[in-house]
Each structure stands twice: as structure tokens, then as C-alpha cells.
Design a protein around this ligand. Structure first.
Ligand SMILES: NC(=O)c1ccc[n+]([C@@H]2O[C@H](COP(=O)([O-])OP(=O)(O)OC[C@H]3O[C@@H](n4cnc5c(N)ncnc54)[C@H](OP(=O)(O)O)[C@@H]3O)[C@@H](O)[C@H]2O)c1
Length: 304
């Protein structure tokens, strides 16, 4: 699998594993992680809040046995302050970020992090304070690079202009094509996109009909349930392999860093990896034809 290099020379596999849906059964999760690694995935995305820290522990433990490999990259996230009763509140303060990196390192069993990301954020945050927390962590050698996970154009714009972020994570797939509008600015700043939700919870897989009924009964964006079903059927006429189609669409977006796909079973990761290989065989004309059959989505809130 090809690698994409960040400014700080960290290399991410073009397909990354989103670890959020691995579950809390260690053996099951480890099987998925091993399978991903055996098939060329070397970038693993987690967050401190996934399963209340258990996800970081699982990812760290499963990858520990490969510690003599120097190609494995782990990204995690911070900002959702968990309280004793399990509830969270948004906390982008320097104190919090600088204390939590140590908790994440402990759970992951690492002495430094490759990629640390702010897990959201609003334009009302103390933005410069947050940025300086990440800069200090970098200077202190606790993190190699930092990024932001956001779908808010005004926040993204601020970080692109005023920080040294190397990655921007956003939901991005053939249906949620909103980030297309961000890509020029992201590219100009030498930042790489991490596309999460590429198979849209399974909607863009061979299981699309079931997922449509199970997870999209209320529609999404300006699509009703029915319109979404018709659109999926229409793009299937162009190319029946929806996952390969959305992967190829994303690979064509400059500057793509890694496509972060989630999976809750080995079979899903297997299928996703096979479809990633097949994606490269689909012509750009086919992808263009499919893109013309979906709506142009735009961010409607948190604008500049
Ligand atoms: N704000 C943030 O920073 C943020 C937010 C969300 C996610 N993320 C990250 O991005 C990653 C990916 O996001 P995501 O999980 O929302 O999106 P996704 O990759 O589009 O969806 C993953 C889900 O799709 C289904 N799926 C995957 N492959 C399949 C296949 N081959 N056939 C049928 N169904 C399949 C599974 O659902 P079932 O398990 O129901 O079968 C799986 O859990 C996460 O793991 C996480 O690391 C970050």
C-alpha cells in the first residue's frame, strides 16, 4: 500500500483503520488490527473517549508486539473532558490537553505520540491557547505532529491560518462531499486530509440496502430516506462496487492523506481492503459519472 508523507515526515498508509468500532473484546479487536496490518494498513486512528479509554488500551496492547517495526503510526484525539459520572464536556484548555497527553500515552503504552488531534472545537474556544498547547507538546517531544478533527469551516480556517496542523480529519465520502470546498485551502497550507466515514457507516458497501434501513431511516442532509435510496440505486448503475467507488473518489481529492475506514469484523476489513485495491482499477470517468448523480452538499453552519 502506498504511503502519504506529512510535513514532519510521518508516513501514513493511504488506507487507515478507524478503531472506533472495534468493540471492547480484546481478542476480537486484536484480530481486526492484526488483519489490517497484515494487509498493509499501518495507520491507526483512535481517541481518548472511544470506549472511555479502553480503545486506546486495546490499540496500544495489540500493536505493542510490533514495536520493532518503525512504520506503524498511531493517531489519537483530545478535548472531550470525561467526568467521573461518564459524561463529557468540551475542554480545549492548555492545562487539560497537556495533562491528557500523558493519560493517552499511558493507555497506549507509548513514550510519545505520532499524531495528536483536537477532537472538534468551536470558534469560541481560546484558540491561541489551544494551539500553543499543541506547539509546546511538540517542542517537549511528547508528540511528533498535531492536527484537528472538525467539520466547522470557521474553525478549520483558523487552524489552517494560525497553527502548524499537519492533518485535518473530516467526514468525507461520495454522499457527504462537503469537504470538497475546503480542499484548495488545505492543499495550499500543505495539510493532509484524513477522510473519516468513507463507507458512511456501511451505506457505501455491499450491505447498503440493510444499512439504509437500519441507520438512515430519517434520511441525511437534504436527502429524504427515499431520495437517498434512489440515489444509491442510481450510482450502483454506474458502478456496483460502492466502496471502491467512494475510495476512488477520495483518492482523487488533493491533498488526501489517509482514508480512515472503520470495521467491526475481520470480514469487513477484508472486504474494505479488497475494494481499496479494486478502487484503483475504476476509471476517473466512472467516478465523475457517479459524482454527477449525487447532490452537491455544502456546510450550512459555522461558516466564516
Ligand atoms: N470526530 C471524529 O474525529 C470522528 C468521528 C467519527 C469517526 N472517527 C474515526 O473515523 C473512523 C471511521 O468512521 P466511521 O466508523 O464513522 O465510518 P465508516 O468507516 O464509514 O463506517 C464504519 C462502519 O461501517 C460499517 N462497515 C464498514 N465496513 C463494512 C463493510 N465492508 N460491509 C458492511 N459494513 C461495513 C460497520 O458498521 P457496523 O459495525 O454497524 O457493522 C463499521 O463500523 C472511526 O473508526 C474513528 O476512528 C472520528
Amino acid at each position: 500500500m502506498n504511503k502519504v508523507e506529512l510535513k514532519s515526515n510521518i508516513k501514513l498508509s493511504e488506507l487507515g483503520l478507524g478503531c472506533m468500532s472495534l468493540g471492547t473484546d480484546y481478542n476480537h479487536a486484536e484480530g481486526i488490527i492484526n488483519h489490517a496490518l497484515e494487509n498493509g494498513i499501518t495507520y491507526f486512528d483512535t481517541a481518548d473517549v472511544y470506549d472511555k479509554g479502553v480503545n486506546e488500551e486495546i490499540v496500544g496492547k495489540a500493536l505493542k508486539k510490533y514495536q520493532n517495526r518503525d512504520d506503524i503510526v498511531i493517531g489519537t484525539k483530545v478535548g472531550n473532558h470525561r467526568q467521573e459520572d461518564g459524561s463529557t464536556f468540551w475542554d480545549p484548555s492548555k492545562n487539560y490537553i497537556k495533562s491528557q497527553v500523558k493519560a493517552s500515552l499511558r493507555r497506549l503504552g507509548l513514550d510519545h505520540l505520532d499524531l495528536y488531534q483536537l477532537h472538534g472545537g468551536t470558534i469560541d474556544d481560546p484558540l491561541d491557547e489551544t494551539i500553543s498547547a499543541f506547539d509546546e507538546l511538540k517542542q517537549e517531544g511528547l508528540i511528533r505532529a498535531y492536527g484537528i478533527s472538525s467539520i466547522r469551516p470557521n474553525v478549520i480556517d483558523y487552524y489552517l491560518k494560525h497553527s502548524q496542523i499537519e492533518t485535518l480529519m473530516s467526514q468525507f465520502n461520495l454522499i457527504d462531499n462537503r469537504p470538497e470546498a475546503l480542499m484548495d485551502e488545505v492543499n495550499q497550507k500543505g495539510v493532509k486530509m484524513l477522510a473519516r466515514g468513507p463507507v458512511f457507516k456501511g451505506l457505501l458497501t455491499s450491505n447498503s440496502n440493510q444499512v439504509l434501513d437500519d441507520k438512515f431511516m430519517d434520511g441525511i442532509f437534504d436527502y429524504s430516506y427515499q431520495e437517498l435510496g434512489e440515489t444509491i440505486a442510481s450510482i450502483k448503475e454506474v458502478e456496483s462496487n460502492l466502496t471502491a467507488l467512494t475510495f476512488n473518489y477520495l483518492l482523487g481529492q488533493e491533498p488526501m492523506g489517509s482514508i480512515i475506514v472503520g470495521a467491526s469484523s475481520k470480514e469487513q476489513i477484508d472486504e474494505n481492503i479488497k475494494n481499496f485495491d479494486y478502487a484503483k482499477e475504476i476509471s476517473r470517468d466512472i467516478v465523475k459519472a457517479a459524482r454527477n448523480r449525487v447532490k452537491n452538499e455544502e456546510y450550512t453552519n459555522h461558516l466564516k
